[in-house]
Structures are given as C-alpha cells and as structure tokens.
Design a protein around this ligand. Structure first.
Ligand SMILES: [Zn+2]
Length: 188
C-alpha cells in the first residue's frame, strides 16, 4: 500500500474517518474531496461501503461543513470541553435526515438508492454517539506531536498511542533506536 493512501480509515469510527479527509487552514493540504466523484469514492471505500452514492456538487458544501463540525467537535472533546452548541445543533440537523436504507438482493446487503445526505445522516449519528456518550473518553490524538490524526481507542486496555504503526509507531521505534544508539556511542 502506498503511503499516504488516497483515503485513511484508521480511526475506528466512521465520523472520525470522515473528519480526516482534509479541511480548512492547515488541513487543506490533506483535501481528498475535490469533486463529487471523490466523495462518492470515499463513501464506497468507507466502512459503510456505500456503492453508487448520488453526489451533487452542492453536497460537497454540506460535506465540508459537517467535516469542520466533526473536527472541532473532536478537538473540544479532546480538551475535555463540551461540544459547542452550534456544533451540537449542526450534527442534530444532519442526523434527523433519513438514514441509509438497507435492502437485501441476491442474499447480499445493499443500500437503497443512497444519497450523500443519507451518508451525512449516518456520519452525524455516529458522531452524536461518540461525542455524546462515555465513548468520548476513548477519543485520542496520535502521540506523534507533528501528526494530528485522531482515532478512537477501542482496545480493551485503552493504551493505543499511534494513528498507525506504519505512519507514526515505526517512526517512534526508529527514534528510540537512534537515541539508544547515541547513548551507546557516547559511552565508548
Ligand atoms: Zn500519527
């Protein structure tokens, strides 16, 4: 797998994966949704496996608005603050829209004529559960100070430190190795 991959699904939580696709300011360098097709590709690849989502250009405006709310909501949770009233309202507004509708065809689950608005609803419901219950205590920022990726630590001991071993965990191992090596040399 080339690194970084086109889309990251490392957060263990749909709404946080959604938030890690770019954004305003510094996060613009990670933008993954330039066109409606990009968003449709993301929806197909994400844990919802929403194939053939209908996405209009205007949907990208909603996608970005929701993404900012998720990012800043997560930042508030990480600080131990309550998510702002504005963000709570926005998440609730998206979540009250109809959700994706599962249907069975030929023994397999599919989504019935999925739309971007339905994906936003699913993502917002996921975020409301994450930010609005004890699950929020499992939200983490990667320990690498220059990384900034977020994830939900679902491990039983709750001691996950890194977004991924590949991106940051291994860097840390290398740094520790080098430090150890440096000490050995200074002892010579
Ligand atoms: Zn990281």
């Amino acid at each position: 797998m080339p690194w970084p991959p086109r889309f990251l699904f490392i957060a263990g939580r749909l709404s946080i994966d959604f938030a890690l696709t770019g954004g305003e300011g510094e996060r613009a360098q990670w933008e993954r949704w330039h066109t409606p097709e990009d968003f449709a590709d993301w929806a197909r690849a994400c844990p919802l496996l929403a194939v053939d989502v209908r996405v209009e250009r205007l949907d990208l405006i909603d996608a970005r608005e929701l993404r900012e709310a998720l990012w800043w909501g997560a930042q508030a949770v990480l600080r131990g603050d309550t998510v702002s009233r504005e963000i709570q309202h926005l998440l609730s507004r998206f979540a009250e829209q109809p959700n994706l509708v599962p249907v069975m065809r030929a023994g397999e689950m599919h989504w019935l004529d999925p739309t971007a608005a339905q994906v936003f609803s699913s993502v917002s419901r996921d975020a409301i559960e994450l930010f609005g219950t004890g699950l929020r205590s499992r939200l983490r920022e990667c320990r690498n100070p220059i990384c900034g990726l977020l994830f939900v630590d679902l491990s039983r001991p709750g001691k996950r430190l890194w977004c991924t071993m590949r991106r940051c965990g291994n860097l840390n191992k290398i740094a520790r190795y080098r430090t150890g090596h440096g000490i050995a040399e200074s002892n010579d």
